[in-house]
Unconditional design. Structure first.
Length: 164
């Protein structure tokens, strides 16, 4: 089985993802998907689709802040593929993509216990920062050699954002 992340998905990919997510609506751990907002990110080029053997199984959508860091607003995987390592692989591929374009930090808001546990395993740190909207936000520094300051619950973490 081969996973890929498509950072230029087709409208058909988006339709498949929307259908999969709607299928889970009302299930015990289903998440609310605001498709109007998600499609706005798609139009801005801030949308990716996780594929397994070329078949869409998940998606992410994000915002940029001053070309310095990104906040993942939505990240979701079809429940059939959860707890099989696909979420971790998705996070790794997203991190590589954002790092390649010079972002210093990824911020993610964990809407589920599963997402919170995964973000902790991936090294995301609880944060208090002007762009951290709630207590579930975590961040991941992508370049340990940059400096500036994010304040977490217990420590000041030095980070410098790159100029682009």
């Amino acid at each position: 089985m081969r996973t890929t992340v498509d950072f230029h998905p087709s409208e058909n990919d988006i339709s498949v993802i929307q259908m999969l997510a709607e299928k889970e609506k009302g299930m015990r751990f289903s998440l609310y998907h605001n498709w109007d907002i998600a499609k706005g990110y798609y139009k801005e080029g801030h949308f990716s689709v996780l594929k397994l053997n070329s078949r869409p199984i998940g998606y992410s959508a994000w915002r940029e802040y001053d070309n310095e860091y990104v906040k993942i607003e939505f990240i979701w995987i079809d429940s059939f593929y959860k707890k099989k390592g696909f979420g971790q692989e998705f996070q790794i591929q997203l991190s590589k993509y954002f790092q390649k374009f010079g972002y210093a930090v990824i911020v993610v808001s964990c809407a589920s216990n599963e997402g919170d546990k995964l973000s902790k395993r991936m090294g995301f740190i609880p944060c208090e920062h002007e762009y951290c909207d709630n207590n579930n936000d975590r961040y991941l520094p992508l370049n340990p050699y940059q400096t500036a300051t994010f304040i977490s619950d217990t420590t000041a973490v030095p980070l410098r954002f790159p100029k682009r």
